[in-house]
Design a protein. Structure first.
Ligand code: ADP
Ligand code: MG
Length: 279
């Protein structure tokens, strides 16, 4: 179910404290966050910032110490533990850094296994369709050990899409991939958000992933930094951090670029990239 305004994930005042007493660690400190249909939100932050904690709470795999989490309009923090598995299965697709495929099952079986109607023929057909969509029609019967890292991650993406969830959560999805395979995976995640109208939330410390972001937020010591201003490079569409970026003025406003090369292209013909008459 898609809620009004397309908010598929909404977190309010989410805090997570691991342990207690002197050993207590505040991994998340009163986080507010929304993700909408059709966008790729990238959450960047150094190791230990709370990224994995954030994502596991967002996906109903871990309960927060305080705060509320809504997935596709359902307040999951008000539910009992026993009520969560169907929500996870139907509404959330997870993609992990280490792929987490079952080694004794084929690509097709790994995808089919998680489907609501796993044993039916239609589940098998949908698993096949998903893998074919992800360019793996020749790998259906392969075991994970026979697949490259990029192929394994595409099987994991197919598995995340198995029950057609609204929300896709990816934890460092490119960390174990070389740059070409990492790039392919990023483009697939963008396609899933844009073409299938899902909310894709990626946590990563890989700066290359910015290329596919609709929005970037910075997590540090369990809180979102509010002081980082970003804008979209009008030439290549990348999200760039405004501070320190090459910039140029046109039609009464400033534009920011990922590189001098994009800035030069822009300066040679701004009207090719922005609608100047509308300013
Ligand atoms: P990231 O994914 O950004 O590296 P994590 O969410 O894994 O960050 O961790 C955030 C903080 O919480 C770290 O200080 C980490 O040591 C701590 N932490 C994570 N998981 C646990 C746990 N199960 N028990 C205790 N502390 C934890
Ligand atoms: Mg992590």
């Amino acid at each position: 179910m898609t809620t009004e305004g397309g908010v598929l994930l909404s977190m309010t005042g989410v805090t997570k404290i691991y342990g207690s007493g002197d050993a207590a660690v505040t991994a998340l400190d009163r986080i507010d966050f929304d993700a909408h249909a059709g966008e790729v939100v990238v959450i960047m932050g150094p190791s230990g910032a709370g990224k994995t904690t954030f994502l596991t709470i967002a996906g109903a795999l871990l309960s927060p110490t305080a705060g509320t989490v809504q997935i596709s309009g359902t307040n999951i923090t008000a539910l009992k533990e026993s009520e969560l598995p169907p929500i996870r299965r139907k509404n959330v697709g997870f993609i992990f850094q280490s792929f987490n495929l079952l080694e004794s099952l084929t690509a097709l079986e790994n995808v089919g296994l998680v489907m609501n109607d796993a044993t039916s023929r239609s589940a098998g057909n949908r698993a096949r369709e998903l893998l074919t969509m992800l360019g793996l029609s020749h790998r259906l019967k392969s075991l994970p050990k026979q697949l490259s890292g990029g192929e394994k991650q595409r099987v994991a993406i197919a598995r995340a899409l198995a029950n057609n969830p609204d929300l896709i959560l990816a934890d460092e999805p490119t960390a174990n991939l070389d740059s070409k395979r990492g790039h392919e995976v990023m483009l697939l995640l963008r396609q899933i958000a844009f073409d299938m109208h899902k909310a894709v939330v990626i946590v990563s410390h890989d700066h290359r992933i910015r290329e596919v972001a609709s929005r970037i937020v910075w997590l540090e010591d369990g809180t979102f930094r509010s002081d980082v201003v970003t804008d979209r490079d009008p030439v290549c569409s990348r999200v760039v951090e405004v501070e320190g970026a090459p910039h140029a003025a046109s039609g009464g406003r400033s534009y920011y670029f990922c590189s001098d090369q994009c800035m030069k292209l822009f300066e040679a013909g701004p009207e090719r990239y922005v609608n100047i008459s509308a300013e």
